[in-house]
Ligand binder design. Structure first.
Ligand SMILES: Nc1ncnc2c1ncn2[C@@H]1O[C@H](COP(=O)(O)OP(=O)(O)OP(=O)(O)O)[C@@H](O)[C@H]1O
Length: 235
């Protein structure tokens, strides 16, 4: 079997004395899309924060493409190909779309290439390249946030609640693009409240409750066996 892109082993993390990750085990195969589902407060965002180096674990291990990354800094993780689109988007509202993108032109990635990738995935951003990011709709800002993540040519993309505050139609559109990004070979772990939408493009799903992954499987299987847990909120 090939080495998973992401492997999380018995991971624990706490806020003060309250433990919110209570022994998480998760394995995401290379090139797969995994939807991470579960009710509010299950610990999904905290898991993403620990994987992406923004929060320290108390114990457990994380391997990225077979490399042990416990305690690694975010820059080290970025070098290994990890990129996160955090909850709530993170665009510079007073810069234009093009400026937001070219800011991301990492050493060695020409600005033109960053723009080309963004506009290929999201033609709407091309139409709006000179518009201030802060004046765009929520969906358009999410497109920009995703484009900025793609600029780093990630091996593993962590998407935290792409759909936050967006209308169902635009969420569908964003997920279609997530599917196309995955087809290009990027491994994707996405947290999502709109379980059905995420499951349409996912290869696998994992369900978290109470700080643990309590089920993993193929989308159809998870929908059948865990629907009471994953369809509790927005479906
Ligand atoms: N900064 C923080 N300080 C203290 N407790 C926190 C903090 N962030 C999250 N928590 C708590 O940790 C638990 C897990 O939260 P987390 O955001 O990881 O869950 P989630 O599954 O992503 O839920 P949601 O979908 O509501 O974001 C919750 O009980 C939450 O109140």
């Amino acid at each position: 079997m090939s080495i998973p892109m992401l492997e999380v082993i018995d991971l624990r993390a706490a806020y003060g004395r309250i433990e919110v990750l209570r022994g998480v085990d998760l394995s995401v195969p290379k090139g797969a899309v995994m939807a991470l589902l579960g009710p509010n407060g299950a610990g999904k965002s905290t898991l993403v924060k620990v994987i992406s180096g923004q929060k320290k674990q108390t114990s457990g291990d994380i391997h990225l493409g077979g490399v042990h990354v416990r305690g690694a800094e975010t820059e080290d993780l970025a070098r290994l190909g990890l990129c996160t689109v955090p909850e709530g988007r993170s665009v510079f509202p007073n810069l234009t779309v093009a400026e937001n993108l070219t800011l991301m032109s990492y050493a060695g990635v020409p600005a033109e290439a960053v723009l080309e990738t963004a506009f290929a995935y999201f033609p709407r951003l091309l139409e709006r390249r000179n518009q201030l990011a802060g004046t765009m709709s929520g969906g358009e800002q999410q497109m920009l946030a995703m484009s900025r993540a793609l600029a780093s040519d990630p091996a593993l993309l962590l998407l935290d609640e792409l759909s936050m505050g967006l209308a169902p139609l635009i969420v569908e559109e964003l997920y279609e693009t997530v599917g196309r990004i995955a087809e290009s070979g990027v491994t994707i772990l996405c947290i999502e409240q709109f379980a059905r939408t995420a499951l349409k493009i996912a290869d696998y799903a994992a369900v978290m409750t109470g700080g643990r992954v309590v089920a993993t499987g193929e989308p159809g299987e998870i929908l059948e066996t865990m629907s009471d847990v994953i369809l509790g909120g927005a479906a």
